[in-house]
Ligand binder design. Sequence first.
Ligand code: PMP
Length: 462
Amino acid sequence: MALTETVPAAPAHEGILRRQSLRESAARTYARSLPIVPVRARGLTIEGADGRRYLDCLSGAGTLALGHNHPVVLEAIRTVLDSGAPLHVLDLATPVKDAFTTELFATLPGELAEKGRIQFCGPAGTDAVEAAFKLVRTATGRDGLMAFSGAYHGMTSEALAASGGAQHTSVARLPYPYDYRCPFGTGGDRGAELAARWTQNLLDDHKSGVPRPAGMILEPVQGEGGVIPAPDGWLRRMREITAARQIPLIVDEVQTGVGRTGAFWAVDHSGIVPDVIVLSKAIGGSLPLAVIVYRGELDAWQPGAHAGTFRGNQLAMAAGAATLAYVRANGLDRRAGELGARMLARLTALAAAHDCIGDVRGRGLMLGVELVDRDADADATGARPAAPELAAAVRDACLDRGLIVELGGRHSAVVRLLPPLTITDEQADAILDRLADAITAAVRTTPGPMGSSPTTLRGTTP
Ligand code: PMP
């Protein structure tokens, strides 16, 4: 059943897509799986050049806390444009930047709000990650880094080296507490505790082969890695372990920040205060902006240590300040927590009805559905092999039904939902209805990896 509203196709649509595939790089990404040409957008909805409308649960890879073109964001941008303020100012002080910094600091945890220092970086999350590494290397005089399996920190070389897809790296890799595919085969609190012990042991064993690093970087919820929330207790352990050994803890909140997980910053759930917090995506209110905020004691780098031409995006600062203020004033972090919990409960019911869903998980409005091979044997913890082909079929079936989702996870088998924090209960239901329908359709048409017949339904879809 096509749920998408359709109006006559604009002739430009096909031509634009064709020219894109002829002219753009083989490395293009979302454009491959989402062959749409957005021309208008508001809130959760995108309209394509062909007149079709979509519910956008990709939200600019988790950027759009307030959805597309929120009135307060547009107003903030127009105010700057109409004021005659310069749009390019390098890293000079401006009233717009001052207001953004004040708003941002008002939201940050404890010491960072009171005594933190901010570095405006080049306009991508990955540049802020590079800055964080440079900062802690200078401050500690050490070189190595610790990062986690499955992590994603960006595409520049150092950020990539700290990510799960790294090929050649000197970054020491630590186990992340992934409950469904627990590296220790136990899952739960025990798995997280063993992961913490492994980390501690690497640092304390003089023959571990891992010298004391300049810093440890982690995501409180791994996003691209497959929507894997770290338990609060494990995060507190990481904070204790690093603090006791004078290792700066860098928390990458590029994707989890600004209310997404049900707290303003994901670290607020556990109460930890990182030494460095890396921020981008939602802080720019849909425009490019990236910063790090860190403890003042680390501020030992030299002027120009992390320069860049585009570190003063006035429109992004205005849009970002408006977004931060709106999320704060309207308690959208709390709303994300409550609505996310209800959506997760519905996803759990969906998993009970489909044996191709191995796991559903998430925090706030950062949700994931891991698709698995129902024919394969489960391992000791009950996990079955990932089913990337089925996941791709679900994503395509979602698009057919007017729902934009992307895949993540180790094998691209996790369907990810990152809707704006502003969605209504009815919109949340519409998203889940379309997803449930898409899963049912995809399992009917996608044979299992062993060539088996399509998956059976265990019950009725919720
Ligand atoms: N860190 C995390 C946690 C991310 O999710 C991303 C982007 N998905 C990045 C860093 C890199 O951000 P950017 O794509 O803006 O470089």
